[in-house]
Design a protein around this ligand. Structure first.
Ligand SMILES: Nc1ncnc2c1ncn2[C@@H]1O[C@H](COP(=O)(O)OP(=O)(O)OP(=O)(O)O)[C@@H](O)[C@H]1O
Ligand SMILES: [Mg+2]
Length: 272
């Protein structure tokens, strides 16, 4: 069952000198409930714009988006933004429970959920710290914990691990896969989360996703779709030894290379 569907979605921003910036599309995308989709594409092709439209934070210029919530008890989506999106005036703990507090979840329950999520992202010892006391990667983990604490049907993740060092990145990839697998377990409380995950790392996209979407240079359209046929549960390091992994990684790179070149060329034209 499709949980999100877009048809001919485009976004045009007003740019400088009354020029328009064609930022996105047209994008036709069908996301099935419980799917893990990764999106790669050159810088500036509209990936964040697409996620922001899907999150309802931005209106499309043309085209439509339909979203089908199945569980009205839970928030439909939560977004982990690119870059730092912690609230600097709140402690780490208060950051993580923020969404739950807004929804009126009782103190004890949200305290317990926040503590669990902080354990998951390895920040239990920092509950009372403020974001300025953390490293960039730690702040990113706080943002991840906040999104997970909301327990949404759809997680929209915009380069959530981009600021992390390689070890923490691999740990959190495994952790995210584990959490995602668990939410699909009947013992784990029902329907699996749907995840849309933007990344610049081809390996990360293949390790995590069911499908990897490659976007064109701006205005970003979906150029190719590569299925990642690896069995789950996955262990990120083991997967990379699979020869199929290398082959698919190369296919994605081939699709992406021309777009990165095109984006670069148009950037240079713009500078002249
Ligand atoms: N609020 C805005 N106003 C005007 N232009 C915008 C706005 N947001 C994005 N853009 C433009 O839309 C285009 C796509 O931006 P977007 O942030 O979606 O790219 P991206 O694919 O996420 O890039 P990156 O990989 O660098 O994060 C860019 O040209 C950007 O300048
Ligand atoms: Mg972006």
């Amino acid at each position: 069952m499709a949980i999100i569907e877009t048809a001919a979605l485009t976004k045009v921003f007003p740019g400088p000198d009354r020029r328009e910036i064609n930022a996105l599309g047209p994008v036709d995308l069908t996301v099935e409930a419980g799917e893990f989709i990764c999106i790669v594409g050159p810088s500036g092709c509209g990936k964040s714009t697409l996620l922001r439209i899907l999150a309802g934070l931005e209106q499309p210029t043309q085209g439509t988006m339909t979203a089908e919530a199945t569980d009205l008890q839970r928030p439909f989506n939560s977004m982990v933004f690119q870059g730092d999106s912690t609230f600097p005036w709140l402690t780490v703990h208060a950051n993580v429970e923020y969404g739950l507090r807004v929804r009126g979840v009782p103190y004890r329950e949200r305290d317990e959920i926040a503590a669990r999520m902080l354990r998951t992202v390895g920040l239990s010892g920092y509950a009372e710290a403020y974001p300025y006391q953390l490293s960039g990667g730690m702040r990113q983990r706080v943002a991840l914990a906040r999104a997970l604490a909301n327990d949404p049907e759809v997680l929209l993740m915009d380069e959530p691990f981009g600021a992390l060092d390689a070890q923490n990145r691999a740990l959190l990839q495994d952790e995210l896969l584990y959490i995602w697998d668990q939410t699909g377990d009947s013992a784990g409380g029902g329907a699996r989360k749907t995840i849309l995950f933007v990344t610049h790392s081809i390996d990360e996209a293949l390790v995590l996703g069911d499908r990897v979407l490659v976007m064109t240079a701006a205005p970003g359209r979906i150029k190719a779709e590569i299925r990642a046929p690896f069995a789950r549960p996955r262990r990120t390091h083991e997967l990379k030894r699979d020869p199929v992994f290398g082959e698919l990684s190369y296919q994605i790179w081939e699709a992406l290379r021309d777009e990165v070149d095109a984006a670069r060329a148009s950037e240079l034209r713009g500078q002249r």
